[in-house]
Write a protein that binds this ligand. Structure first.
Ligand code: AHR
Length: 326
């Protein structure tokens, strides 16, 4: 059976009779104008500083606005995150902020919320655009331009190395939008801008420090000629530093390491000469996410994609920016 967007919508509703009521839900459900709301925030995991900073930002803003926050942590399981959203629906939340762990498995959660008449705002990660659409199935996506993050790191590398080097790539969670897009942005920019650079191997470290260390260790053993490690986030880059040192090499000298996020330990590693550059991915979603929810309730038109600006760190600014990193 071909799984397309229509199959999913019908599957979510679940009966021929329900099919007849589907058109009534064709647009994003409305949100009544109120002073405060009961909102859900379905987080993917809490195993790194980026996620902790994002959760703190959402909790702070909910408190500031007097909103009741139903918070869930999917503990790195897409199946649990779907169940978490279903539980929020059962608890009668007015609005759901969803950080979908992976692009495809979270589609049923988006559709279930829509069917229940609850608008969803995707924050930081997106879902498969062929299966669910902004402005139809969910309100909008707010987050970084992940393709551009990968591109910016690649451009810095090309400039710094003169377009030469052998790269190992540590990818994020398989099926997650930042992993897909950071790979595309980086790989395409290297291919287009540096014919003498080669990506020797590319493997997922699941955005986690220890997994990143293990994968980097294996890849370094298989490719002793590698000169660069590109990690899709700082946690894996920090794991890679340990792997490089364990291999008897010097990070920053024998192996140039670059990554994405801008957590404090990552920016400190630039100051220490162990990471070359980091493109920031801001985790501070609270003010923007709640502002979008309130302006939707006020009747404003919400653009389908809202991009967060990201800074860029290297040896020229890391020391002075360290205090403002998360
Ligand atoms: O979706 C954003 C990514 O998710 C961050 O780069 C990463 O650290 C987090 O787990």
């Amino acid at each position: 059976m071909i799984i397309d967007r229509r199959t999913l919508l019908v599957g979510t509703v679940g009966s021929a009779a329900a099919l007849a009521i589907w058109p009534a839900f064709a647009a994003v459900p409305p949100l009544k104008k109120k002073d405060t709301y009961k909102v859900g925030f379905a987080q993917t995991e809490s195993n790194n500083p980026w996620r902790l900073a994002q959760t703190a930002s959402m909790q702070d803003e909910a408190k500031k606005r007097g909103c009741q926050l139903v918070y869930t942590d999917a503990a790195s399981s897409a199946a649990k995150q779907v169940a978490d959203v279903n539980s929020m629906i059962a608890q009668g939340v007015d609005f759901i902020f969803l950080a979908p762990r992976e692009e495809k498995p979270l589609i049923p959660a988006v559709m279930a919320a829509k069917k229940a008449g609850i608008p969803v705002l995707l924050i930081d990660r997106s879902v498969d655009p062929s299966l669910a659409k902004a402005g139809e199935d969910y309100l909008a996506f707010v987050g970084s331009n992940f393709i551009q993050e990968g591109q910016r790191v690649a451009e810095w590398l090309i400039k710094t190395t003169g377009g030469k080097g052998k790269i190992l790539e540590l990818e994020g969670t398989i099926g997650a939008s930042p992993a897909n897009d950071r790979k595309k942005g980086f790989d395409d920019a290297i291919k287009a801008g540096a014919p003498d650079m080669v990506i020797l191997a590319s493997q997922s470290g699941d955005f986690a420090r220890d997994k990143g260390r293990q994968v980097a260790e294996t890849l370094l053993q298989a490719h002793s000629d590698a000169t660069i490690i590109y990690a899709h986030n700082d946690e894996m880059a920090l794991g890679a530093i340990a792997a490089v040192e364990a291999a008897g090499k010097v990070p920053g000298k024998d192996i140039l390491i670059v990554s994405i996020d801008g957590e404090k330990d990552g920016v400190q590693a630039i100051v220490d000469g162990k990471i070359g550059a980091i493109c920031e991915c801001s985790p501070h979603f609270g003010p923007k996410a709640f502002e979008i929810m309130y302006s939707y309730a006020a009747g404003d038109k919400i653009p389908p994609v809202i991009i967060n600006p990201d800074r860029f760190y290297d040896a020229s600014n890391a020391k002075e920016m360290l205090a403002s990193a998360f």
